[in-house]
Design a protein around this ligand. Structure first.
Ligand code: 1PR
Length: 582
């Protein structure tokens, strides 16, 4: 049967053993009759389920597992839209737009969903659009375009301007200026919510009456709209912790009363993120454990030489969520040699974690093309898709991004075929992190190598004044002929939305982040950089945020060993006047 997706090659549908319970909707032309808008009518008495059912429009392009989990967490059932009639009959409809605007509109226009949505919204039926679900309401978007939207709100959705110093994508926890009573924002109370996007709509006189809140990032943009029963938000309530769940609850269960007055926050601007990172691998008994290395060596220095076991992944991730981590990352550190989709427990970890953790989840390790022992070929896009379907919000690519960058720098040609390019094209670059594992190589003069070097704050072991940062692959096992600076700039061009910047020399040492490296890279690119490796105390976080342009900082060992609670890192940052989410 013919697929109704216009750009069907982008919407990979898995088959066989990889098919998951939440496989994206595949639309078949023969089952959808295209109707003209004057034939569409919304039934006032909904037949789309009872009060405990919400209708979800998942058009098959992306990572909507998080919103499914949040809806279920709030005790509601989900009815998936299969036909335009399901939209018209919905009692409450959520559209968590993901992916790219142009591809989304192609799908919606070609199967009659766009018309059904327009009719549903014009009839003031309960609607919540998220991210692209907000963009859709405007006249058009510049993303892949211009491409026409539903045209219900005047205005054009455009890209953030990175020339004014703001990093694009806008990723992180920012604050809303609530403009009018919007009901669903009643409990936000000056606290941060999570954004991840490169495009935004701007306020104007023409669309003023729709705006319920704005947010500031360089300039003001529309963070939510409301008219009657129609709501849409630019941020992700399903990833905004308790605050986000309260927003969803207000929309889904409008009659539920809050007994406790919401805690009044003091959020002012985009917060620096504190991220907990869990390196995961199988130990010698075959159990998946959280481990942690010293300079990437994760084995105990004992006769048995066993893999260090610092806890169970799902439990630790849940703990970090309740302790206030702004994001949680899982790195499958042996993914370079084992096929990650053969590692079903890892996918299970992701599924279980995402059911109860409502901040962004990143997963990395082994994202590359792969042919298994039976000769079955899996593209990196399939691997990433399965990670997204299992609950990841972002994926992180290590080794494969190094090869892609080397090739790009050698040929100057973007083939569009690397895992990085393919995944960012389908899921958007905000969903693709590149993890860099560099090792310091000391120099006596900056001209000794053809890679960008830095003048060191602390001299090298033999009094060297300079170093370059050599990228490695396979968990630091192999050095490659490319520097971290060159790699960072190349992967930004190839579509990375964020950089996770490790440093093998500092990993597990507790002596602080490599400020020279983080400054070098965060000054070189205009995408957000996450500082990683070496955190030993709260002061290391204030140092990295004061002395570099890092947008976030990771710690692993000090959190796993319970030496420093996440909250004390945040308390310290607040004292130093560094904005954090509380
Ligand atoms: O190459 O795409 O399969 O991805 C593999 C991923 O696994 C990469 O992101 C790589 O960084 C990671 N990885 C591989 N081997 C190791 C190892 O430790 N042996 N872990 C490893 C990297 C580094 C950080 C760590 C910080 C903070 N872990 O994530 O959490 O250094 O630690 P600290 O606060 O204790 O100092 P691919």
């Amino acid at each position: 049967m013919e697929s109704a997706t216009l750009n069907s090659s982008q919407f990979t549908t898995l088959s066989g053993p990889l098919r998951s319970r939440n496989q994206p909707l595949r639309l078949h032309r023969s089952s959808i009759s295209f109707r003209s808008s004057n034939k569409l009518s919304v039934r006032a008495s909904a037949v789309g389920g009872n009060d405990s059912t919400v209708t979800l429009l998942d058009y098959g392009a992306g990572n909507v597992q998080s919103i499914r989990n949040a809806i279920r967490y709030l005790g509601l059932d989900i009815k998936d839209v299969q036909t335009p009639e399901d939209i018209l009959n919905a009692k409450r409809l959520i559209f968590p737009g993901v992916g790219a605007f142009g591809a989304m509109m192609d799908v919606l226009n070609n199967n009659g969903m766009a018309e059904a949505l327009r009719a549903y919204i014009e009839n003031d039926r309960p609607f919540l659009g998220i991210c692209l679900g907000l963009h859709l309401l405007f006249e058009s978007s510049e993303e892949n375009g211009p491409v026409k939207g539903l045209g219900l709100i005047p205005g054009v959705v455009g890209r953030f301007d990175s020339s004014n110093g703001c990093r694009v994508p806008h990723i992180g926890w920012n604050v809303l200026q609530v403009k009018k009573d919007s009901i669903i924002l009643d409990e936000v109370a000056n606290r941060h919510v999570y954004f991840v996007h490169s495009y935004r709509a701007v306020p104007s006189e023409e669309n003023e009456e729709w705006i319920s809140s704005t947010c500031n990032y360089g300039n003001g943009f529309i963070s939510s709209i409301r008219r009657g029963n129609v709501h849409a938000v630019q941020f992700h309530p399903e990833k905004s912790g308790d605050v986000g769940l309260s927003i969803l609850r207000k929309f889904l269960l409008p009659n539920s009363s809050v007994t406790k007055k919401p805690f009044e926050g003091k959020a002012k601007k985009l917060a620096k993120r504190v991220i907990a990172c869990l390196d995961v691998r199988t130990n010698d008994n075959g159990d998946l454990v959280v481990t942690k290395g010293d300079q990437y060596d994760v084995r105990e220095q004992t006769k048995e030489n066993e893999v260090r076991n610092l806890g169970k992944p799902v439990e630790l991730a849940g703990q970090y969520y309740s302790d206030g981590a702004d994001e949680v990352s899982f790195l499958n550190i042996t993914g370079f040699r084992d096929f990650p989709l053969g590692d079903l427990p890892m996918l299970q970890i992701l599924r279980c974690t995402s059911e109860n953790v409502f901040v962004p989840l990143t997963v990395g390790g082994g994202i590359r093309d792969f042919t298994d022992a039976n000769g079955r070929y899996y593209s990196s896009l399939e691997v990433a898709s399965e990670y997204f379907r299992s609950g990841a919000d972002k994926i992180s690519i290590g080794s494969d991004a190094v090869y892609a960058a080397e090739e790009y720098l050698k040929t100057g040609v973007k083939t569009g075929k690397s895992s990085l390019e393919q995944i960012s094209r389908v899921y958007g670059n905000q969903a693709v992190v590149v993890s860099i594992d560099p090792r310091r190589q000391y120099l006596t003069s900056p001209y000794e190598v053809g890679f960008k070097s830095v003048k060191l704050r602390n001299l090298g072991p033999n009094g060297e004044e300079y170093a370059w940062y050599q990228c490695t692959v396979n968990g630091g096992r192999e050095g490659r002929p490319i520097g971290a600076y060159e790699l960072a700039k190349a992967v930004e061009e190839l579509g990375a939305g964020e950089i996770l910047l490790n440093c093998i020399d500092c990993d597990g040492q507790g002596n602080g982040f490599d400020i020279d490296l983080i400054k070098l890279i965060s000054d070189a690119v205009s995408i957000p950089v996450i500082a990683s490796s070496g955190a030993g105390k709260p002061e290391h976080f204030s140092e990295v945020f004061s002395e570099t342009n890092a947008s976030a900082a990771v710690a692993a060992g000090i959190f796993h060993r319970k030496e420093v609670p996440i909250q004390s890192v945040k308390d310290h940052l607040l004292k130093k006047d560094i904005e954090v989410r509380m």
